[in-house]
Ligand binder design. Structure first.
Ligand code: PMP
Length: 414
């Protein structure tokens, strides 16, 4: 048996004249050197408080002390909610997995009920659920098969990968800048390219900056050229009005493709597209990540459906926004520069080492909030991303603020 190191470094066949292996140990070392090596850290449960373990590799995790989580996308805290858990359990009566693609035998009444609820929340004719948000973006963009895609420069990786897979010409416009989009479209038009189809694609809430795309202005520009607009509401679904930012801005009839995930505020797994009947029929025929992938697991569908119902009721959302306001005001009064205007609070630090040091100082004080550094964000804009949940108590928000106060002082940021 080769050792795993030998296998990783591609040196198994020492007597071979040339190597066609993958040199993984060296590649990992190179990542480490560039500060890009990542680590898994198991938690004992998904909730506002968890115990974490150092990476056990193939072994059993050994959990440390309980910490406050200000780093999750489970914004409404519904992953630990008894009603959502019950819905997931009850859905196992249908099956623990879908057993096949939706187009074979994996389509159930529960999928259809979830899709009706999503279409209702998003104000569209129909919706279609996929097995992840990532699969939704790559499948949808490539199935639309646009000639040109106009994409915000800070769009999520799954949108970028969808653009690559679509093999379309992709024009990147400046972040949240309708003038930059208009200029890119005018240039394209002037060049006289004989394109049939143009797709503009943007996140609504940007996960690293906590800001919101100017959707109404983007609609105006897209309309001028008869282009379609696709909006990724991953970080907005269930949090704004009954749907997302598209609903808050009254743009339901102007956004042709509303995409989102079930994996963040809806406390489950999966993604969706909401839109017209022909859009959904086209996607279920042509989106390869839908056609050639097993249907969403029934417990995930059941959990998402119940979470959507709870989110639409309102009180959980109100709790979240109260926590967001308390935390934002507290950080402001401590003198921190907090970006954005949403439930995501990026605390701007600047220097990458300072951001890492602040995140470590918070961890020592029982608060988990990650440092976000280049290449994820531009040089000089390293930050600590703080995401409160509806289930944090006022005392827990105050504990987080106290950690920022003393931790920031220790690191020399205040
Ligand atoms: N879009 C955006 C904007 C996201 O932030 C994410 C997840 N981080 C996704 C899509 C992918 O969703 P999922 O995690 O459900 O695959």
């Amino acid at each position: 048996m080769p050792t795993s190191d030998a296998a990783e470094s591609g040196s198994v066949a020492d007597d071979a004249e040339t190597s066609h292996g993958f040199a993984l140990t060296e590649r990992l070392a190179a990542r480490q050197e560039r500060g890009l090596r990542r680590e898994l850290q198991p938690v004992d449960r998904v909730s506002a408080r968890t115990r974490r373990a150092p990476d056990p590799r193939g072994g059993r995790p050994e959990y440390g002390e309980e910490r406050l989580v200000f780093a999750a996308n489970d914004y409404l805290g519904l992953a630990a909610d008894e009603r959502v858990r019950r819905a997931a359990r009850e859905a196992t009566a249908i099956g623990t997995g879908a057993g096949a693609s939706r187009l074979v035998t994996g389509d159930t009444g529960l999928h259809r009920a979830l899709e009706r609820d999503l279409a209702d929340a998003k104000g569209t004719e129909r919706a279609l659920v996929f097995s992840s948000g990532y699969a939704t973006n790559v499948g949808t963009i490539s199935a639309l098969d646009p000639d040109v895609i106009f994409s915000d420069e800070l769009n999520h990786a799954s949108i970028i990968d969808g653009c690559r897979l679509a093999d379309a010409e992709t024009v990147v416009y400046d972040h949240c800048d309708p003038d930059s989009l208009a200029e890119a479209m005018a240039t394209r038009q002037r060049d006289g390219a004989a394109d049939a189809s143009w797709l503009v694609v943007t996140d609504s809430v940007f996960s690293m900056d906590g800001d919101v795309a100017p959707l109404s202005d983007l609609c105006d520009v897209a309309d001028r050229y008869g282009a379609w607009l696709m909006v990724d509401e991953a970080h907005a679904t269930g949090l704004y009005e009954e749907g997302g930012i598209v609903q808050r801005e009254g743009l339901t009839d102007r956004v042709q493709v509303q995409m989102g995930t079930l994996s963040k505020a809806l406390a489950s797994q999966g993604g969706y597209v909401a839109g017209s009947e022909p859009l959904v029929e086209h996607l279920l025929n042509a989106a390869r990540s839908f056609v050639f992938s097993t249907g969403l697991a029934p417990p995930a569908a059941g959990a998402a459906r119940e979470a959507l119902r709870i989110a639409r009721e309102g009180p959980r959302r109100e709790q979240l926004w109260e926590n967001v306001a308390r935390l934002r005001e507290g950080l402001d009064s401590l003198g921190y520069d907090v970006l954005g205007e949403t439930q995501i609070l990026p605390v701007l630090v600047g220097d990458r080492a300072d951001a890492v040091a602040l995140s470590a100082a918070l961890r020592e004080r029982g608060v988990v909030a990650p440092a976000i550094r280049p290449p994820t964000v531009p040089d000089g804009t390293s930050r600590v991303r703080v995401a409160p949940m509806a289930t944090h108590t006022a005392d827990e928000i105050d504990d987080c603020l106290a950690a920022f106060e003393t931790g920031g002082r220790e690191v020399g940021l205040r």
